[in-house]
Design a protein around this ligand. Structure first.
Ligand code: NIG
Length: 412
């Protein structure tokens, strides 16, 4: 048994857990002041004000939060952290004025990462990804979704997914794997895009399903990448193997990706920089979580999605880091909170809901993660003493995460 005591504020407490938080409710965050948290067998067992803290016995470990706050760990529902090397040279091209699409057209971007990954052994890829996992754990992330998509051929896509499987087994993070074979059209299929879609459907998916390597399927549904027709074929094939969609949609244009995702019951549609009235209406009549990735808007210096219109319409919103080498080489969810608040004008309460409970929903784990609730996974972090929770997004470069508990164990 583990008790965390003297918690200045226990944040995001739920007596009756919800699967997600929508519209005006996103502005509410339930907290308990001067609290304790009791953890047993990797789960949250109880919580309440200090005066109700149960007596500790000899088998109880105690952590004194000494005035720090306790948050549920972040649920980062969109990342690409299994990749080889880095792409800072393209970053220089970007600074000199080339757009993401222009870099991709020259064979840079995702295709560049695919070449690097092809030359990298599975063990080396694992070592690089593990470094990033350790990094994001220290940033307070307790659950993460990781995509394939830098393989773009059967062997290399399988290599990526096997690395994700090893990370699931070896680390205390909760990890969900998403198959993203349709991330870019490989050079050898240029002009024969539908044949590449056939390859994904007929060769990659059956092997991935046979080895149970993926939880979800993703498609980069975007102009210059995959059409809505390609996306429909891929999502139908994925559903045949029990893989729910989580797709890249409307990042660079009104691509129809949001409508396609909703039509196929996507768990989330992600990016959404181009979201208008039609898209909002479509999302309102769905169970799909709109997921915003402010790290890429920041890094690519492009306008942010219309989050206020979305929340005012009654939608839920999640935020994720999109940690990847091309559009967001950053996995710090606290920084994503700051971007959500400063750049997208979300309130701190909305941003925290978006990065915890709604992020959990976007990766299919909101019954077990995303809030301080009895029976949920004991994934929490303790901050240094801070005046209030608004300080988290406000102090946008200060490392405030002091101690981390994952699956009930204090990270050493
Ligand atoms: O979500 N947009 C597509 N995929 C990533 C970028 C991947 C890359 O550039 O390596 C994203 O932004």
């Amino acid at each position: 048994m583990l008790i965390i005591k003297n918690i200045k504020k226990l944040v995001q407490v739920e007596e009756a857990p919800r699967v997600k938080v929508c519209g005006a409710d996103m502005g509410q965050l339930t907290c308990i002041d001067n609290a304790f948290l009791l953890i047993e067998d990797e789960l949250i067992k109880d919580f309440g004000p200090m005066e109700q803290m149960p007596k500790a016995d000899d088998n109880t470990d105690i952590i004194d939060a000494v005035g720090g706050m306790v948050f549920p760990s972040f649920c980062d529902s969109h990342t690409h952290i299994v990749y080889a090397g880095s792409r800072e040279i393209e970053y220089i091209d970007k600074i000199r004025g080339l757009s993401y699409e222009e870099i991709a057209k020259r064979g840079g971007g995702i295709l560049n990462s695919a070449q690097l990954l092809h030359r990298t052994s599975e063990d080396e890829l694992y070592a690089q990804a593990l470094g990033r996992i350790n990094e994001i754990m220290r940033f307070g992330t307790g659950a993460v979704e990781i995509k394939s998509g830098y393989g773009l051929n059967t062997e290399d896509e399988l290599k990526m997914l096997r690395v994700i499987r090893r990370l699931k087994a070896d680390t205390p993070l909760t990890i969900k794997a998403t198959f993203l074979g349709a991330h870019a059209v490989p050079t050898e299929y240029k002009g024969r895009q539908s044949e590449y879609v056939d390859l994904i459907i007929n060769e990659m998916l059956p092997q991935i399903a046979a080895e149970e390597l993926a939880d979800y399927i993703d498609v980069f549904c975007e102009q210059g990448f995959f059409t809505t027709e390609d996306t429909e074929r891929l999502l139908m094939a994925g559903l045949h193997y029990g893989l729910l969609p989580k797709i890249h949609a409307n990042q660079m244009a009104y691509s129809g990706g949001i409508q396609t995702g909703v039509k196929y019951g996507a768990l989330s549609v992600d990016h959404l920089d181009y979201t208008g009235k039609e898209e909002i209406k479509c999302l309102l009549h769905s169970e799909t979580m709109p997921t915003l990735l402010p790290g890429s808007n920041f890094f690519l210096a492009v306008p942010y999605p219309p989050v206020r219109a979305m929340i005012n319409a009654g939608l839920s919103v999640a935020i994720a880091s999109n940690y990847n080498p091309g559009s967001s080489p950053a996995g710090d969810m606290k920084f994503m909170l700051s971007l959500a608040c400063i750049q997208m004008k979300m309130t701190p309460e909305e941003a925290i809901n978006a990065a915890t409970i709604n992020g959990a929903y976007a990766m299919g784990i909101s019954d077990t993660h995303g809030s301080i609730s009895r029976g949920k996974a004991a994934n929490v972090f303790i901050t240094t003493p801070i005046p209030n929770y608004e300080f988290m997004p406000y102090a946008f470069t200060t490392p405030l995460i002091h101690k981390i508990v994952l699956k009930g164990n204090l990270l050493g």
